[in-house]
Design a protein around this ligand. Sequence first.
Ligand code: ZN
Ligand code: ZN
Length: 211
Amino acid sequence: MVAVRSADHHSHMYDALTGRYTFSCPHREESQVALSAFRHLERLPGAAHPAVYGVLFDCGCGHEHTGLVAHNDLDWAPLGAAAGRFLNLMTSRFDDAGVDLTGAAATRLKAGEWPWSFFCYPEGKTRPVFPSSFVAVAPGEQFLGLAVRCPACTALSVNLVTQAHVDLPFWNDASVGVVDHVFSEDVFSAVDGFRAELYSSRFDERRLNLE
Ligand SMILES: [Zn+2]
Ligand SMILES: [Zn+2]
């Protein structure tokens, strides 16, 4: 059965077929970008229902622009938008028990598969995560640097991952590169700063497994 969705779950800015978000571009009117083209994400103070994130992204026109993404669009639209609102990562349970998840994504979530994951360096373990916990993405030839704020311990970790690991829900790299230190907040305010820090860092290869 297909659930009837309320309007606030309906996303116009994310295209599930292409896996891309639509932002406005001053040069091309519109820009369609995948999560991996995001360079910096920041939860904006104030709005809470839904929370709103300010995004700096790499546009196809060759420039970086800023845009806004609502929490629903960021975390749930890639899963088909039918998902409920509050999956608690600490308990792995849905806080709103009345929410019925539908579709393939729901089945996979309930089976314990996670759409996104990363390796938390200070905790030394794999953690499930949603894009709203991504802080920065540094582009690279083969791998991307992905900075994540751990939903459990709040520390920032940086993983070296494939583009698919970022862009495709339920695609988790079997192993990732993990920067062997904790990053400070200010590193991520400038894209170049993050990149520079990344290239001067050492990585350990760690397996991602969520058991
Ligand atoms: Zn542009
Ligand atoms: Zn952690």
